[in-house]
Design a protein around this ligand. Sequence first.
Ligand SMILES: Nc1nc2c(ncn2[C@@H]2O[C@H](COP(=O)(O)OP(=O)(O)OP(=O)(O)O)[C@@H](O)[C@H]2O)c(=O)[nH]1
Length: 254
Amino acid sequence: MQDAQRLMLNFELELAEEKSLRLEQENKLKSIIIERNQSKHRFLMTVISGAIVMLVLLVYVYMRERNLKLKMSHLAMTDFLTGCPNRRNAMHQAKVMLSNQVNKKHSMTIAILDVDNFKAVNDTYGHDVGDKVLQNLSSIMLGALRETDVMGRYGGEEFIILLPNAGEKEVTIIFYRMQQALKNHICEYKGESIVLPITISMGASVVSYVPEQLDENEQKLLLDTIIKKADNKAYEAKEEGKDQLRFVAVSIDS
Ligand SMILES: Nc1nc2c(ncn2[C@@H]2O[C@H](COP(=O)(O)OP(=O)(O)OP(=O)(O)O)[C@@H](O)[C@H]2O)c(=O)[nH]1
């Protein structure tokens, strides 16, 4: 009887040991599975955050390139001293203005404006003051224009002005506004205020009608003629005493 009880006790003990061993193994297995899941999760998180960093980096590089390109193309179209459209840009806008003028009833004007006696400004005050004066002048003259007008630097102290919807009357008013503003020009330079009244000479070609049958080449020739005639008139204004505006009417067969 005692032997049977001992056997039974031993059997129960072995059973309990086996159970706890199994439990231990099960726990080990569970923690291995948990650990594996956690490391899978960590790997996934690393991949996702890496992808986000890459994406942010790509967007940053793309934006930087795009801004750089925009800046470069802006610089390529802008006069570095005055900030106005440069000659190439102004000529392009003149071409567009001329093609917009096709079949229109109202006039448009292209003017060449030349600052009078500018060499004397450089000779008297130096090239740096000359540069500052050119910057001042361009912003004063821009202020006298309408929103639709365009002023570009044509070269040196010469500017080209594109005036859609404008004939002699409108251009005369604008020229007068410029004259008045330039007459009171003061140049601030290195803490000094230099009183420097400026006068300008301007030649203006008034174009009243552009027929639609002109091809691209003929439009280009017409534009060259318009500008040449405005330039000649500016020269004439200089020859005849400066500080004045001269007009020429351009018609297709002129
Ligand atoms: N400071 C400065 N001077 C310039 C610039 N571009 C052209 N000039 C000067 O503009 C002057 C133009 O001289 P001229 O062609 O004799 O003309 P002007 O003295 O205005 O005489 P008129 O045209 O007869 O009234 C020259 O001295 C050029 O050096 C510039 O970007 N900066």
